[in-house]
Design a binder for this molecule. Structure first.
Ligand code: SF4
Length: 360
């Protein structure tokens, strides 16, 4: 089959094989690839809307016993620069975000063995009681798995307890590339790909919406990028539990692993192939945090229908030597500048026109 035929089939919603995904990623001309992804996105969402969520990330601890080589954020236990926020401090940050209209908070950090499950339950109960309109879209598979080890519980039991305390959904962080060879090199102490899938499946079976991420650009090959997408697509076939796919690229500057930063064109190719390959994942997010707002704007023509969050605070990417910031007004301007209409959503993709900016 010619490349043009494969692109046409994918743009019409046809399923790509693994080999076709790799072929498109490697060989398809960039503009043709983008056009096919954009056609697919417009067929899925014929309105001119581009969604975003008002949210924040609160990195409550940088103490971590996993020691990923791509991470400049963590500090080992007992390190002088290690920190853990008090509950009051986290609540202060939640208030700051809520005052700016946030409907979603991502409380995420390292795998700190000193924090037991009761610490999280108490925190989530307080957040849920004091800010009932804010969704606790928090932690990661790594933190859930770490808690299970510390407590001697199953990851499912950990999720059940946290859900009862107010946690609403599980972000896809900690996936990186779900291929054994890559994880052994960049996050050897992290759970293996199958265990990541099991925790996600647990969360989805408990009725928690989840997202899936991909951190690309460290040491993986083109084939391994598509293999990661295949893992997500296979689980989605079974569960339909992922709301969105969020590819973002590795920021190397202050990490032990170092290496290079992915190019803008690589980013756009990954987005476009993601939209075409992940035919069963509803939304594709432009993660403007690492590539910046201008490339994030271009992403809207490479398959993305969502601009992610306002991310009022964030530390992990900033510590690695990257990261961008944006106000709600700036995000909306970027969306409008691309010819789309900005629309606020919540964690579950309910549209929240009641929260629209006064100038919108
Ligand atoms: S990426 Fe997460 S799990 Fe890995 S070292 Fe950093 S904080 Fe720890």
């Amino acid at each position: 089959m010619s490349l043009a035929d494969v692109l046409d089939r994918a743009a019409a919603g046809g399923r790509l094989s693994f080999d076709e995904g790799v072929r498109l990623y490697r060989e398809a001309p960039l503009h043709a690839l983008g056009a096919a992804a954009h056609a697919r996105r417009m067929a899925m969402y014929p309105t001119n809307d581009v969604t975003y969520v008002v949210d924040t990330t609160i990195n409550y601890t940088n103490v971590c016993n996993v020691h990923c080589t791509f991470c400049a954020f963590f500090r080992p236990e007992h390190h002088a620069e290690g920190y853990t926020m008090s509950h009051d401090k986290v609540l202060e940050r939640v208030k700051y975000a809520a005052d700016q209209g946030a409907t979603q908070i991502m409380i995420q950090g390292g795998v700190n063995p000193e924090l037991r499950i009761g610490w999280f339950e108490e925190l989530f109960r307080r957040v849920a009681a004091e800010y009932p309109d804010v969704d606790i879209h928090s932690l990661s598979v790594s933190e859930i798995s770490g808690l299970a080890t510390i407590e001697g519980m199953t990851t499912r039991a950990v999720l059940e307890r946290l859900k009862a305390a107010g946690m609403k959904s599980l972000p896809g962080a900690g996936a990186e590339i779900l291929v054994e060879r890559v994880r052994k090199r960049i996050s050897a102490r992290k759970i293996v790909p199958d265990a990541w899938i099991d925790v996600m499946r647990d969360a989805q079976q408990l009725g928690m919406p989840t997202t899936a991420t991909m951190m690309f650009g460290s040491i993986e090959t083109d084939d391994e990028r598509i293999a990661h997408m295949k893992v997500i697509r296979d689980l989605q076939d079974e569960s339909e539990g992922f709301t969105a796919f969020i590819p973002w690229y590795y920021v190397p500057y202050k990490t032990p692993l170092r290496g290079r930063e992915a190019t803008g064109l690589e980013y756009l190719r990954v987005l476009a192939v993601s939209r075409l390959f992940l035919d069963n994942v509803p939304h594709l997010q432009a993660s403007w945090l690492t590539p910046g707002l201008k490339l994030g704007q271009l992403a809207l023509f490479y398959g993305c229908d969502d601009m992610g969050g306002t991310i009022i605070e964030e530390q992990v990417v900033h510590d690695a030597g990257g990261g961008n910031e944006a106000t709600r007004a700036q995000l909306e301007e970027i969306i409008r500048g691309a010819g789309f209409t900005p629309v606020i959503r919540d964690t579950y993709w309910n549209l929240r026109n009641d929260l629209a900016l006064a100038t919108a």
